[in-house]
Ligand binder design. Structure first.
Ligand code: ASP
Ligand code: MG
Length: 404
């Protein structure tokens, strides 16, 4: 008998018919003799709707109450799904994050799971129940409801799979798995059979929002077998697992991200500690910096350009503005009229030609590169947003077509 954790996203439980379908799917698995724990998200765009309601009441909704509010979306889903399974004459029980014993930190809206006590879950499973758990939520030490950040139900599912030592964690979504590029832009993008955790993290953080990043990190840390597959068919999906044939370097995919903005600070004093001071200020404000490029020294001064997510741009500009003097910044410019395209694949560092081929491809399309960054497993270029589709298609043609 295997223990399976399945997660169904909001679009898979959006209406009555879909809930009944999901219920049948879960029952199929249970009837094969497996124990099944199911994590669900809020129906459709419920979380967005709840957020809108909050902002109509308060321009800056108190975070504790926001988590109290948003967690209700998942609570609706678990109750309806448990009812659907019971209607189909199977035993099922729904549990909130708190009831399961998902203990989190107290950072509302971005809480982290600290530990999960599996006693209740195990006794419900042993009693023959299909257990339905609310995704995205937990409870802090003082019984306050917390949420794990948008998209956090994936993380709930992987964390439960890790805690229960489940045989597999299946993430059901409305796509067949992870693709070599966004199929809406590249019609001949292929579904990948496997992808490594690190590659998946890059794909996810670079705009291929199939899985919550922290879910992938957890799966890697606790060795959870993770599969992304469609809730609409029986295709095998994409396995997220460590790859064994690192030698055979293949570019796994092309990702793009419109959610980026560029800041250029000019005339930073060329002395130790300047970059530290600038980026410390941003880090303290919880702003993630992505690409950083520092220019040559001119008159004992340097220019530094970097990127942040668009929703952080306003705050970043305010921080620089109010610390200009101290940082010795003469002037700075910024723009959100940029986007990022990246090629991703483990073993990139050992393959010298990849970067050149990517730049050549962009050059052939007449696309100007604004900034570049590379790592072990990716090369990213900042370009103009209106050239993203063209870039993604050309790079995909060059790197991803004709592979197995
Ligand atoms: N319902 C939450 C959201 O929309 C969590 C999730 O779907 O994973 O972000
Ligand atoms: Mg999601």
């Amino acid at each position: 008998m295997a223990l399976i954790v399945q997660k169904f996203g909001g679009s898979s439980v959006a209406d009555t018919e879909k809930i009944m379908n999901v219920a049948r799917r879960i029952i199929d698995r249970y009837d094969k003799g497996d124990q099944v724990v199911v994590v669900v998200s809020a129906q459709g765009d419920t979380t967005d709707r709840l957020t809108e309601k909050a902002f109509k009441i308060h321009p800056n909704p108190p975070k504790r109450e926001m988590d109290m509010l948003l967690s209700t979306g998942e609570q609706i889903s678990i109750a309806l799904l448990a009812m659907a399974i019971q209607r189909l004459e199977h035993k099922s029980v729904s549990l909130t994050g708190g009831q399961v014993g998902i203990k989190t930190t107290n950072q509302y809206s971005s809480a982290r799971i600290e530990n999960i006590c599996c006693d209740r879950l195990k006794s419900e499973l042993d009693a023959g129940n299909i257990v339905i758990v609310a995704g995205f939520q937990g409870m802090d030490d003082y019984s306050n409801i917390t949420t794990l950040g948008r998209g956090g139900s994936d993380t709930t599912a992987v964390a439960l799979a890790a805690a229960l030592e489940a045989d597999v964690c299946e993430i059901y979504t409305d796509v067949d798995g992870v693709y070599t590029a966004d199929p809406r832009i590249v019609p001949d993008a292929r579904k990948l059979d496997t992808i490594s955790h690190d590659e998946m993290l890059e794909m996810a953080s670079l705009g291929a929002r199939v899985l919550h990043n922290r879910a992938v990190e957890l799966a890697k840390k606790y060795n959870v077998n993770l599969v992304v597959r469609s809730s609409l068919n029986n295709n095998s999906g994409t396995m997220v697992k460590e790859v064994s044939n690192m030698e055979k370097m293949v570019v796994k995919g092309v990702a793009h991200d419109y959610d980026t903005a560029q800041i250029n600070v000019m005339g930073v004093k060329d002395e130790p500690g300047m970059a530290y001071r600038l980026f410390r200020l941003l880090a303290d404000a919880n702003i993630n910096v992505d690409i950083i490029v520092q220019g040559e020294v001119k008159d004992k001064k340097r220019d530094i350009s970097f990127t942040v997510a668009q929703h952080n741009l306003e705050e970043t500009v305010a921080i620089i503005e109010s610390n200009k003097e101290e940082l010795g910044i003469k002037e700075f410019t910024y723009s959100s009229d940029v986007a990022k395209v990246s090629v991703i694949g483990a073993g990139m560092a050992e393959n010298a030609g990849i970067a050149a081929l990517m730049f050549e491809t962009l050059a052939q399309e007449g696309i100007n590169i604004i900034m570049i960054t590379t790592s072990e497993i990716k090369i990213s270029c900042l370009i103009k947003p209106n050239e993203v589709e063209k870039a993604v298609r050309a790079i995909h043609d060059k790197f991803c077509l004709g592979q197995e």
